[in-house]
Design a protein around this ligand. Structure first.
Ligand code: SAM
Length: 279
């Protein structure tokens, strides 16, 4: 029997440590350990990996990751009230769980991790999207991680895997699909969480590609795509006019009609435009 079974049920953990959920920290906990084990399994083979978990809370997913055999888990949690519950999990898995109390947006975890590294998280969505964009846009590629297994609001998950010509297509789809393979691997109804959020959720699994699908500078691509979709109803020559004085010529050189709207433009053409703008 794995050590996950010797720890108390999560409802008891929450009650004994008085972990009433705080909205300000986006706390919607997963208390069903079968479900957290299932999410952990979506993260791939963990036995030879260090896993970075952001926002472990009372530790449901952490317990899943350890039960699925993660070599080590490094968990970064902002809420200090969760630390005693996480310490109990660390004691049940000697040497396999390190917890850092702090804001994941401010902490550089690399010194605490040994490759290969996978990342798993169930995070408030604004922190999740900000971290996702950071993980997808380092200057050099491949990144420090092999895969990301992340819970998002269903609508955000759909934006990550969206195709051109759809309403959900935008910056997240382009950045994710440029350098990674992205799939929705699970859907969860609001009742899966305590307390239930207003919307459904989904787990997205992203695998880092060995190299980007098309060459481009990450910072330029990121900037152009953000500008193009900030005014997604405008023609690109207008939406991108701040990017270069001769933007129409550059769009044409990249094979894009200046009268097109961002929603219609595929990844390959945005990468060509980023290269044109780099010249
Ligand atoms: N992983 C747990 C689960 O699945 O039950 C908790 C998920 S809850 C949606 C999000 C967790 O992220 C909370 O524990 C919250 O305190 C933590 N959190 C929120 N913002 C954070 C940040 N900036 N850095 C680290 N943790 C954060």
């Amino acid at each position: 029997m794995s050590a996950i079974d010797t720890l108390p049920p999560l409802r008891e953990v929450i009650a004994s440590h008085q972990l009433s959920a705080r909205k300000s920290l986006g706390q919607n906990f997963l208390l069903d350990l079968n479900l957290t084990a299932k999410i952990a399994r979506q993260a791939g083979t963990l036995s030879e990996c260090d896993v970075l978990e952001i926002g472990p809370g009372p530790g449901g997913l952490t317990r899943g990751l350890l039960a699925e055999g993660a070599r080590r888990v490094l968990a970064i949690e902002k809420d200090p009230r969760c630390l005693p519950a996480l310490a109990e999990i660390a004691a049940a898995h000697p040497g396999r769980l390190e917890v850092i109390n702090g804001d994941a947006l401010e902490i550089d975890p690399l010194a605490h991790l040994r490759p290969p590294i996978r990342i798993a998280a169930n995070l408030p969505y604004n922190v999740g999207t900000e971290l996702l964009v950071r993980w997808l846009t380092p200057r050099d590629w491949p990144p420090f991680w092999q895969s990301l297994t992340l819970m998002f609001q269903r609508e955000v998950a759909e934006r990550i895997v969206a195709k051109p010509g759809t309403k959900a297509y935008g910056r997240l789809a382009l950045l994710a699909q440029w350098r990674a393979e992205a799939r929705i691997v699970m859907s969860l109804p609001p009742e899966a969480f305590t307390p239930p959020p207003k919307v459904s959720s989904a787990v997205v699994h992203l695998t880092a590609l060995p190299e980007p699908r098309f060459p481009a500078d990450a910072a330029i691509l990121s900037r152009v795509v953000a500008a193009a979709f900030n005014q997604r109803r405008k023609m690109l020559r207008a939406a991108l006019k701040g990017q270069a004085p001769d933007i129409e010529d550059r769009l044409i050189s990249a094979g894009i009609k200046p009268t097109e709207r961002a929603e219609q433009v595929p990844l390959e053409a945005f990468c060509a435009l980023a290269r044109e703008l780099e010249r």
